[in-house]
Unconditional design. Structure first.
Length: 125
């Protein structure tokens, strides 16, 4: 157990050494953070949320299959299919709410189209 703690401490020390030594200098004219935030929002809006919605749709269709086709006279299979459809519907609602929050933040900060230039004035840094 002590060897694991030593290994973790030494790894963490080596990983954080440049941060502690302030080896990376901050450039206020660098738009790295703005670009990063714009890329994260763009990735979320174009890839992540549609992918999760697609998975939710497949779960819903699988629940319909289990309820209507595979369930037949089996009440347990019908109940499992019904619960899958309910969970998929809840997932749809939650992911659309999350998508709305991401777009609200993106539009209010100016990151709506992945364009992060000019959002945070340089005087702040």
């Amino acid at each position: 157990m002590i060897n694991k703690i030593k290994l973790f401490a030494s790894t963490a020390t080596l990983a954080l050494l440049p941060v502690v030594a302030a080896a990376q200098q901050f450039d206020p004219n660098d738009n790295g953070f703005r670009t990063l935030l714009g890329n994260i929002i763009g990735f979320t809006n174009t890839i992540l949320i549609p992918f999760i919605l697609g998975i939710g749709f497949l779960v819903f269709v699988w629940g319909m299959f289990r309820y209507f086709i595979a369930g037949g006279a089996n009440d347990e299979a019908k109940e499992q299919g019904k619960s899958l459809m309910v969970y998929a519907t809840l997932g749809f609602v939650l992911i659309i709410i999350f998508w709305g929050i991401v777009n609200l933040i993106a539009n209010s900060t100016g990151f709506a189209d992945g364009d992060a230039v000019g959002v945070i004035p340089n005087e702040v840094f």
